[in-house]
Design a protein around this ligand. Structure first.
Ligand code: ADP
Ligand code: MG
Length: 337
């Protein structure tokens, strides 16, 4: 039998529980900032306060990565290295360079962090200054070669004069990984970071995999929608930064073999466990093209690729299917027109 005081106790406990439940009720908390010259948004499923704090520390960490890897910033060790040579003594940079060199080796130099002199003559660092003269390209090509970069005990150096390092093809992915680490540290288990096409989806959203749309590289709408959980989805394309001349498109991913922008693939999406690795490979696959790109990704355990070619064809690695929630083939046909 209930006595009154016991019933009161239950009521008090129920009121207390519902108060504390509402205090930590999950909602979507989101913020967008400009980082790496692009919109970067972080969305978390958490309590309002906890979510805001976690996002703040993730942005702070990503901002640190951005400045350290910004080759145009005087405070970046890469800035000095690219102008004066010498050594870079920085474990964090050494680790990213190590990953970059690994991808360079496996992609047979399609991805090459020493592509800096070529990017300079193509004006990629400015507004895109038009097609360079053949001579300029040849001169720049002579300075490119990832084999000339060495790492020893966290020290990056080169014996070759005029060598420059650009980690632009991989640093944004690294920043996303670091942002996610920061969110996890703050107790977040459900989040999405999108740094201008470098995406990581942590956990699930209301018990369902995160849905990620892939932009049509030649217009409006989504080409496809991927469903992922604890995966990076990173896209490189020829439509982010480019200029047009004589009806041709000249974009910011340069084939280190020819010295000219890559051609066959207009958009490459790599899905896998690490955003840094996926980022490097997305750039590599743009340069490698369909056949070589597919072969290389096959060797990369847990990584899959989806490419759209300039002919409007969609090509994917064998394991990609499990991530496809929707594919808009109508848009693909239009690409070809
Ligand atoms: P985005 O920065 O648009 O997301 P990417 O990840 O593909 O695209 O990075 C492109 C950047 O990579 C270029 O702006 C340049 O800094 C660098 N880059 C260009 N070509 C190469 C290459 N062949 N290998 C490595 N890095 C490259
Ligand atoms: Mg990249």
């Amino acid at each position: 039998m209930f006595n009154i005081s016991r019933l009161n106790k239950y009521i008090i406990i129920i009121i207390f529980l519902s108060f504390s439940l509402s205090a930590c009720r999950r909602e979507e908390v989101s913020e967008t900032k400009i980082l790496f010259n692009t919109y970067c948004s972080i969305t978390v499923w958490a309590s309002q306060r906890g979510g805001e704090e976690a996002i703040r520390s993730a942005f702070e960490r990503m901002g640190e990565v951005e400045s350290k890897f910004n080759i145009h910033s005087e405070t970046s060790p890469l800035y000095r290295f690219n102008r004066e040579g010498g050594d870079i003594e920085d474990d964090e940079i050494a680790n990213v360079v190590k990953e970059a060199l690994e991808i360079a080796g496996k992609s047979k130099g399609a991805f090459d962090p020493s592509v800096y002199p070529l990017l300079e003559v193509w004006g990629i660092y400015g507004e895109g200054s038009g097609i360079p003269e053949e001579k300029q390209i040849e001169k720049a090509l002579k300075k490119v070669g990832y084999d000339n970069i060495s790492i020893e005990n966290g020290r990056v150096y080169s014996a070759v004069e005029g060598l420059g390092i650009d980690l632009g093809g991989i640093a944004k992915g690294y920043a996303v990984d670091e942002g996610i680490k920061e969110l996890k540290r703050a107790g977040i288990d459900s989040a999405l970071i999108d740094a201008g096409g470098d995406i990581y989806a942590l956990g699930s959203k209301n018990g369902r995999e995160w849905r990620i749309g892939l932009q049509n590289p030649r217009g409006e709408g989504n080409m496809s929608v991927f469903k992922v959980s604890d995966r990076a989805v990173v896209t490189s394309g020829d439509y982010h930064r480019y200029f047009e001349e004589g009806g041709d498109r000249y974009h910011h991913i340069i084939d280190p073999q020819t010295g000219y922008p890559s051609e066959e693939v207009v958009s490459a999406t790599v899905i896998g466990p690490k955003a840094m690795t996926a980022d490097g490979w997305a750039t590599a696959v743009m340069v490698m093209g369909v056949r070589e790109g597919l072969e290389a990704i096959k060797e990369m355990e847990e990584y899959e690729v989806f490419m759209i070619t300039s002919e409007g064809e969609a090509v994917s690695s064998q394991g990609l299917d499990k991530y496809v929630a929707d594919m808009n083939l109508d848009l693909l046909h239009k690409l070809d027109e």
